[in-house]
Design a protein around this ligand. Structure first.
Ligand code: V91
Length: 225
C-alpha cells in the first residue's frame, strides 16, 4: 500500500499577477434561412490572450455553455484555439468559464451576449463580418506557487491587427467618459453644497426670528459658521 500525502497549496503571499484576454464572437449570415433547422448564421465564440503568448501555460481548458436548446450545450475545449463554431438563428448569452493549469486556482467566468447582426466590421481583406469582442484582465491575487511560475513566462507585445476592434481606442474612450463623469459629479456636489448653504442660511434666519419672538426659549443650537 502506498500512501501519498497531499501537498499543501503554497501561495505567493503579497504577490499579484494578471493576464489580458479578449473574448467575444464573430458571425456571418448564410444569406438565407436554412429549411432543415431555420438557422440563418454561422458564428464562433472565443477567448484568447490579448498578447502573443503560449496561454496553455496558464489556461487548462475553457468551457462554453451555450443556450440549453443546443445539442450538448456545454462544450469543453482543452486546447487552443479556445473557441466554438456553431450555427443558429438567434442571440443569447454564452457562459465562458476559464479553468487554470493549477486546479487550486478557482475558475473564472465571462458572460458574453452572442451577437449575430451588430456591430459589422470591415476586415483587412475588405470583407464585412459581425464581430463583438471585449478586453478584460484576469487578476491572480496571491497565486499558488505553480500558477505564479506559469504566469512569470514572458509574452510578446500584441499585434492589434489580430483583433477586429480598436481596443486601445476603446480604452481612451472609456477614460474620457470617466473624466467627463468626474467633472459632472464635481458640479453636482457643488450644487448640493450650495443647497446646504442655502438651507443653513434659512435656519439662521428662522432661528433669529424665533429668538426675537420668544427670547430666552431654549432651542437646538445652530452653528453660525
Ligand atoms: C434567442 C438553438 C440553434 C430569443 C429572442 C438559439 C437558441 C436560443 C436562442 C439558436 C433569443 C439551436 C436550434 C432548433 C433548431 C432573442 N439555436 N435565443 N436549432 N434571442 O440559435 O434567439 S437562439 S433549436
Amino acid at each position: 500500500i502506498s500512501i501519498t500525502m497531499a501537498e499543501p497549496t503554497v501561495r505567493m503571499l503579497g504577490k499579484r499577477s494578471s493576464r489580458a484576454i479578449v473574448y467575444g464572437n464573430t458571425a456571418t449570415p448564410f444569406g438565407y434561412k436554412r429549411e432543415s433547422d431555420g438557422h440563418t448564421h454561422s458564428w464562433t465564440v472565443f477567448v484568447k490572450p490579448y498578447h502573443y503568448e503560449d496561454e496553455t501555460r496558464w489556461i487548462k481548458k475553457v468551457q462554453f455553455k451555450l443556450h440549453e436548446s443546443f445539442a450538448n450545450a456545454t462544450r469543453v475545449v482543452e486546447q487552443p484555439p479556445f473557441e466554438v463554431t456553431e450555427s443558429g438563428w438567434g442571440e443569447f448569452e454564452v457562459h465562458i468559464r476559464i479553468y487554470f493549469t493549477d486546479p487550486n486556482e478557482k475558475s473564472v467566468t465571462a458572460y458574453h451576449y452572442l451577437r449575430l447582426y451588430q456591430p459589422v466590421v470591415t476586415m483587412p481583406d475588405g470583407s464585412n463580418i459581425v464581430s463583438f469582442e471585449f478586453y478584460d484582465e484576469i487578476v491572480f491575487n496571491e497565486p499558488t506557487r505553480l500558477m505564479w511560475g506559469a504566469l512569470s513566462a514572458p509574452y510578446k507585445k500584441c499585434d492589434r491587427a489580430r483583433f477586429t476592434h480598436d481596443l486601445r481606442g476603446q480604452k481612451e474612450q472609456v477614460l474620457e467618459k470617466i473624466e467627463a463623469a468626474k467633472g459632472e459629479l464635481g458640479r453636482e456636489i457643488e450644487d448640493l453644497r450650495e443647497s446646504l448653504r442655502e438651507a443653513h442660511r434659512l435656519m439662521l434666519k428662522y432661528s433669529d426670528i424665533l429668538e426675537d419672538s420668544a427670547p430666552g426659549t431654549p432651542r437646538a443650537s445652530v452653528s453660525r459658521n
